[in-house]
Design a protein around this ligand. Sequence first.
Ligand SMILES: [Zn+2]
Length: 157
Amino acid sequence: MVKCMYKRWVSALIKKAETNCPYEICNYLKINVITSNLGSLNGYYIQSNGVGFIYINNSLDKYAQRAICAHELGHAVLHTNLNIRFMSECTLFSKNKFEYQANLFGAYLTLTGIEERLSDYNGFTKHEIAAIEYVPVEYVELYFNNFLLREHNTPPI
Ligand SMILES: [Zn+2]
């Protein structure tokens, strides 16, 4: 199943890089992360002469920047052979297939291991969980809808 692939890829990356921090994984993969004024864009990923660059809008708060970094890292890992320009129109949570895949990657990366903390979240809303985990609420939704095993008691969404 496709979702198992995300788990495997992300888990392998976390194991190799020994962290689930998207910035540290970028460092491990030798992807350059650059914050800059990108106007209305949140961020994008490009490859130039075999070197990867993630650009992140510096007007976002640091948690949004981290979420964007995780999303762009998803492009870098999942879409590295797609030499197309859709990245430059990158916005979080668009319905584009590649954007959705990058969001799944970002959600699984940033919330990896949340199963072990779920009992702490009994009675919490997805917005509260997102705030505590410092991720966008969409990541919490994606994670709970796609990666939680059924036997877990999922918090109310
Ligand atoms: Zn994107």
